[in-house]
Design a binder for this molecule. Structure first.
Ligand SMILES: [Zn+2]
Length: 669
C-alpha cells in the first residue's frame, strides 16, 4: 500500500479528495505512527485537518483520526467536537509553540468553523443517495422479539417498578447482543447514542409510570409500548394527563424560567470581561471533591479547568479529567470569588481557569456565565417529557420504630416529638462514618453556615440509643434514605455537634449526646432532589431570591457556601462548570450595602451577598430600569438614593441630570 505523509494531505483540496480519492492507504503521522486507514477515514481526516491550517507548528498526531472519537464503534455528532477538543488541548500544552496561544485560539476557532462548514456543504450533499430513514419495520422487528414480549407480559402481571426496569434491561440486552438486530437502524441509533435511550424504551419496552400535572404518580403504570399501542381507557387517560404536563411546562414553566434568566443577566452583566494573566491572589476556597458515592456522580468533570493548589509541588495546577485522585479530598481552589484583579468588574484568567481559552476578550463574562446555566435549565424543562422515563419518587414515611421518637416537620425533616428528650432516659444518636463523612472536619467554634450540609453528611440510616436509669440499653435503627434521596444534618444540628462534640464507639461510629438538643427542631432533612426540572429551576431561583437572613437582614449564606449549594443543586441533574457558577455568584456580592454601596464586593471588608431584588434596585440604573418594577423604580426616589452606583455604559443614557449633579456636589438651588 502507498504510504502518505499526513501533512501532504493539505496539497489536495477537500472536495477533490471527496470525489477522487478511492484507495485505502497507510498514513504516516508525525508521532511516527503509521495507520492503515480506509479511504473514507482519510477523506474525513482531510476535512478535520482544515482546523489546523493556521498552526503548522503543531504536530499532526495519530489521535486526530476520527475513529478515536466514535461512540460504541459508530460515528456520532459529537465525534468531531471531541477531536477538535483534543487539538486545542494539545495546542495549549505544547511547549514548542512560541506564539501567543490565546491569539492562536481565535484562528483555530475560525478554522474549525470552516472545517465544519466544508463538511456540511460538501460531504452531506454528496451522501444524500446513501441517507437512511427510520421505517416502522425497524420498530416491529425488535418489538416482536419473544424475550422482550415476555418481559412486557411480566410488567402487565406485576405492575411494579422492578418489572419495568427489567423490561428495559431486556430491551438493552437484545439490541446490543442479538446478531439479527446488528443492522437494524433503531438498534444502531440506540447503541451509538444518537437517540435518547428513554425514548427508545418507551417506544419498544413499556411506557412505565406517568405523572399527573402536579407530579403525583399514577398508581398503576402503562404496561405497553407506543409501538404496541395504548388500548385501554386507563392508559389513554393517564397518558393524556401526562401530555398536559408537557403543555403546562412549555408555557407557564418556561415563562418563569426565562424570567429568572433575565434577572440573572441584569445582575451578572456588571462582571464585564476576562483579563489575561494572574492577579496573584493567594486566596483559595476549600472544596470537597465528591465522588460518585457521595453525590451520585463525581465532581471532577464540572471542576475541569480550575486551578487548585497541588500540596506536593506547592504550585497551582489545572484540574483535568485525570485528576480522579482528588476525589474524597478537600482541595484549595482558585475561583472568581477570590480574584484580586484591580478592576473589580474583571476576572483574571488564572482565577477563572483554563475554560478561559473558550472566552473571547470581548465576551461579557458575567452575562455569558449566567446564561450558560439558565439556558440549560430552560432547555431541560422543555425536554422533560423526553428526558424522563418511568417516574419515581419518595417522601418521608415514618416507620413504627421512628414514630416512637419523631415527627415529620415541613414534609421533609425529622424532629423529636415533645417529651422524648430531657427526661430521665439518656438518648444518643449513632451514625456511621460514611453517612457523616464531613463531621470529622468540624472543629469547635467553626462557622457551620459556611458549609453546605449536604457536603458534611449523606445519611442513609442512623440509630437512636436509649439508656434508662437502671442501665438498660436499647438500640433503634432508623432508615432515612428513600428512593435516591439521602438525609442531611441541618445547620442547627451541625452547630450543635460543633459545640457539643462527639465520641466514637467500638465500631468507629459517631456517638452524639442529645442531652441538650431541643424537641421540635429539625435535625435531619431530606433535600428536594426529585427529577423535576421546574422544581430545580425554582430551587435555584430561590437560592438567589430569598437568601435566608438574620434579624438585621444580613444573609446567613456566604459566597463560598452559596457556590457549593448552587453547584450541588444544578449538578445534581445538569452539568455546569464551577468557573461559570463562581462568576455568577461573584456578581451577587455587594461592597457595603449599609452605606448604599451595591457595587461588586471585591476589596471590601463589609462585602456580603445580596438578593436579586436588592441588587437590581440599587446597583445599575440601566438594569433597574430594564427590570419589572419600572414604575416603582423610575418614579421613586430610590433610584437616586444609591451613593455609589456602578458605572455601566447604559447608565449614561438613562441617568437624569439630578443624579450627575448630586454626585459632583454642585447642586445649588
Ligand atoms: Zn484573579
Amino acid at each position: 500500500m502507498v504510504k502518505i505523509p499526513v501533512r501532504n494531505l493539505f496539497r489536495v483540496k477537500t472536495k477533490e479528495m471527496l470525489l477522487g480519492f478511492k484507495t485505502d492507504s497507510v498514513v504516516v503521522f508525525e508521532d511516527n505512527i503509521e495507520l492503515a486507514l480506509s479511504h473514507r477515514e482519510i477523506i474525513m481526516l482531510r476535512y478535520v485537518l482544515e482546523a489546523l491550517r493556521s498552526l503548522p507548528e503543531l504536530p499532526i498526531v495519530s489521535k486526530y483520526v476520527l475513529r478515536n472519537y466514535y461512540s460504541n464503534g459508530i460515528y456520532v455528532s459529537k465525534s468531531i467536537n471531541k477531536c477538535f477538543e483534543s487539538m486545542i488541548t494539545d495546542m495549549v500544552k505544547d511547549q514548542n509553540i512560541n506564539r501567543d496561544k490565546r491569539r492562536i485560539v481565535v484562528d483555530m476557532y475560525r478554522d474549525m468553523y470552516t472545517s465544519i462548514n466544508l463538511i456540511y456543504n460538501e460531504v452531506l450533499y454528496e451522501l444524500l443517495d446513501y441517507a437512511t430513514t427510520l421505517s416502522i419495520l425497524d420498530f416491529t422487528e425488535i418489538q416482536s422479539d419473544p424475550d422482550l414480549l415476555a418481559s412486557i407480559e411480566k410488567v402487565k402481571k406485576e405492575m411494579t417498578k422492578e418489572s419495568i426496569d427489567k423490561s428495559y434491561e431486556v430491551l438493552d440486552y437484545i439490541i446490543k447482543n442479538k446478531p439479527e438486530y446488528a443492522n437494524n437502524t433503531i438498534a444502531r441509533a440506540y447503541i451509538s447514542g444518537t437517540v435518547n435511550p428513554n425514548q427508545v424504551r418507551q417506544m419498544l419496552a413499556v411506557r412505565g409510570f406517568v405523572t399527573e400535572i402536579d407530579s403525583r404518580i399514577f398508581k398503576y403504570p402503562i404496561a405497553t409500548s407506543f409501538t404496541l399501542g395504548l388500548y385501554n381507557i386507563y392508559d389513554l387517560a393517564i397518558e393524556s394527563r401526562s401530555g398536559a404536563k408537557a403543555l403546562f411546562l412549555s408555557n407557564k414553566a418556561i415563562q418563569e424560567a426565562e424570567y429568572f434568566a433575565r434577572e440573572m443577566q441584569l445582575i451578572t452583566m456588571v462582571v464585564r470581561s476576562i483579563v489575561q494573566g494572574d492577579c496573584g491572589s493567594t486566596e483559595t476556597i476549600n472544596w470537597l471533591v465528591r465522588d460518585a458515592s457521595m453525590a451520585g456522580k463525581s465532581d471532577i468533570p464540572n471542576l475541569v479547568g480550575s486551578y487548585y493548589l497541588n500540596e506536593e509541588t506547592g504550585k497551582f495546577e489545572a484540574i483535568t479529567l485525570n485528576h480522579t485522585h482528588l476525589e474524597g479530598k478537600v482541595i484549595k481552589l482558585r475561583t472568581a470569588l477570590s480574584c484580586k484583579y484591580k478592576d473589580k468588574d474583571k476576572v483574571c484568567t488564572t482565577c477563572y481557569g483554563e475554560l478561559s481559552y473558550g472566552v473571547h476578550d470581548h465576551t461579557g463574562l458575567g452575562h455569558s456565565s449566567s446564561t450558560n446555566m439558565t439556558a440549560k435549565v430552560s432547555q431541560s424543562i422543555l425536554s422533560t417529557k423526553h428526558l424522563v422515563g418511568s417516574a419515581s419518587s419518595g417522601s418521608i414515611v415514618l416507620t413504627d420504630t421512628a414514630k416512637k421518637f419523631f415527627m415529620v416537620k415541613n414534609k421533609d425533616s425529622y424532629a423529636f416529638r415533645a417529651n422524648i428528650l430531657g427526661g430521665k432516659m439518656k438518648i444518643k444518636l449513632l451514625v456511621d462514618q460514611k453517612s457523616g463523612f464531613g463531621i470529622k472536619d468540624i472543629k469547635p467554634g467553626d462557622d457551620v453556615r459556611k458549609l453546605n450540609p449536604l457536603r458534611v453528611s449523606r445519611v442513609s440510616m442512623f440509630a437512636i440509643v436509649t439508656e434508662d436509669i437502671k442501665g438498660n440499653v436499647e438500640y433503634y435503627p432508623i432508615t432515612v434514605k428513600t428512593a435516591d434521596r439521602y438525609g442531611a444534618f441541618t445547620y442547627e444540628f451541625l452547630e450543635y455537634i460543633s459545640n457539643k462534640g462527639y465520641t466514637l464507639d467500638d465500631n468507629d461510629r459517631y456517638v452524639i449526646d442529645l442531652d441538650d438538643w431541643k424537641s421540635g427542631v429539625s435535625f435531619i432533612t431530606l433535600p428536594q432532589v426529585e427529577f423535576n426540572f421546574l422544581a430545580l429551576s425554582k430551587a435555584i431561583k430561590s437560592e438567589f431570591k430569598y437568601m435566608e437572613q438574620d434579624s438585621k437582614g444580613i444573609p446567613l449564606e456566604t459566597p463560598e457556601s452559596l457556590l457549593q449549594k448552587v453547584f450541588d443543586l444544578i449538578n445534581s441533574k445538569l452539568d455546569v462548570n464551577i468557573a461559570l457558577l463562581a462568576v455568577t455568584i461573584y456578581a451577587f456580592t455587594v461592597a457595603d450595602p449599609e452605606n448604599g454601596d451595591y457595587s461588586l464586593g471585591r476589596f471590601s471588608k463589609k462585602a456580603r451577598l445580596a438578593r436579586i431584588e436588592d441588587i437590581i434596585s440599587h446597583r445599575s440604573l440601566g438594569a433597574g430600569y430594564a427590570w419589572e418594577k419600572v414604575m416603582d423604580r423610575i418614579l421613586s426616589p430610590i433610584s437616586f438614593e444609591s451613593k455609589h452606583p456602578v458605572s455601566h455604559p447604559l447608565d449614561v443614557m438613562v441617568k437624569p441630570n439630578e443624579v450627575i449633579l448630586n454626585k459632583y456636589k454642585t447642586f445649588k438651588w
